[in-house]
Design a protein. Sequence first.
Length: 649
Amino acid sequence: MFLHILKFELRYWLRQPIVYIFFLINALLIFGASSSESITVGQRVGNVHKNAPYVVENFYAVMSLIALLMVTAFLNSAAARDFSEKTSQIFFTTPIKKRDFLFGRFFGAIIISIIPFLGVSVGNLIGTAMPWLDDELTGPTFWSGHFHGIMVFAIPNLLFAGAIIFSIAALTRNTILSFVGSIGLLVGYIISQNMIRDIDSEVLGAMLDPFGMRTFSVATKYWTVDDRNTMSMGFEGLLLMNRLIWMSVGLLVMVFTYYRFSFSEKAGSSKKAAKVDAALPLSSARTWEPLLSVQPTFSTGISIRQLLSQIRLETISILKNTAFLVIMLFGAVNLISSMSFATSQGYGITAFPVTYQVIDVIEGSFFIFLLAVVTFYTGSIVWKERDSKVNDIYDALPYSDWIPLMSKTIALWLVIETLILVGCLIGITTQLLHGFEDIRLNVYFVKLIFVNGINFLAFISLSVFFHIMVNNKYLGYFLFIAFIIANNFVWPALDVESNLIQYGSSPELIYSDMNAFGPFLKGKVAFEFYWLLFSLVLLVVGLLYWQRGRELSFKVRTKMAAQRFTKLRPVFYTVLFGWVLFGAFLFYNSKVLNTYVTSKKMEKLQSEYEKQYKKYEDVPQPRIVAIEYAIDLFPRKTIGCFICAMDKE
């Protein structure tokens, strides 16, 4: 029976296009990193060959972390597919053993999960064979790197992470919680990464890394370039100990799942229903009153009240959700662990926890969880009524089409702002615990709550747009994640660094104690407003295709969108014209009045400069031998007054 279930699971997934789509994504990502200097996966290779066994093995280690959400899709479906499709009561009445069901489904999903990882080898082999790549950047192919990458990183990480994800999905029968589990696995990696910054605890950090990436880095940190070009690391030393520890954890999780799993349905809902029925009075004792005659109104005031009511309900439903609380807990724990190094510069060097450095820590270690909330809960709130099978009732209610779309988008944005506020409170608490009282609340507000809040709203709108247009929950997840990856890696490969093209990008916002935000804030806000206008364009298009009713085909939805467009035409053209006009203003400022040079072009200019002036290399040049200067500081006067005094002098 075990082999029968295993074969069934393999046949099921081999017919699913998502397997090959994930394979293609991994292959393209590694292809770009192997054939271009602009794309980096993991650490930069430097002088090491792009097809060196060390590089290939590092690719497998990094992709085992990046592809965690892909693995979650396979393991989640394998464990909870019967419950989500309402076939569990039929399937579990067959003479099947719990052992065969659990391990057949688990190992079937694990074997399928290996297929996307093979895209690492395919992408590297094809990428390093491209004609535009310099011959000096590649060397002979060592198959040991590909073999050890699969055996040391891909398979052990699948067994460990897959066991946890499979266990959560099988025991809770909740698809969202299994995705939350994958986010929790990231915490171990980030914590170990922070611990390894201190040289005294790098061995402990290497053992705590569940994916082995830091372990691999510690074990190979003294390898020379020639070693990395010719050698790979198998099951040996620290890496062997790390792999044994975390595969053993995966085995214990599967044993726990086996003893806790049951084919029977949970009885909580039936007991609750029985209590409700017992509390109802007998029908004979009821007194019926005539229905009130109500005349419905559809004024703008009523629509605004409905919008505010829905925003409140949607926001509270997310904040009270167990999965959300778990994600927030993971994020808070990770941020607190990162804040423990807020004053450490490494190797015994300390610094004051000034506000702008604390904000950098928050953005680096906390925002990945906010992006996870955006990814998962966009699909959750867009599909909430349909997942609960109450969409027919909800769609028949007297409300305007734009209310659910706007309420769900704004509610998720308020949740993100709440999480950012939590990050600010953790940062302020860290500063106070270190005895640092010069807390700049205005910097927290401007940089985190205001600027980053607008940026997250743009990505929330994009995710909502994907879910509406494809009208498939998991395909919407996939497209949003694929877009995020492509948006960060494709544009650099094409030597495109314009903030007008890369979605959500904007100039760097620099803060200093002397100049505050200086001239950088205006440009930052301008580009954030540009992407906010574009996100409004996406929301208006999404509103045209918003699902209300039972018509699912894209052709029928397009006809309905054309009917809605007659009412939304003024809004659409106003927002579109505003975005184009503002984009033209930014283009004029960034391309005409002020120009910028891409990193590739700058590298080319530096190369030409060196070639042009190399002939003067041995010519004696003037040198500064002594400097005398005097500086007068006026700490009690403002900078402006100091500048005025200098001008008078």
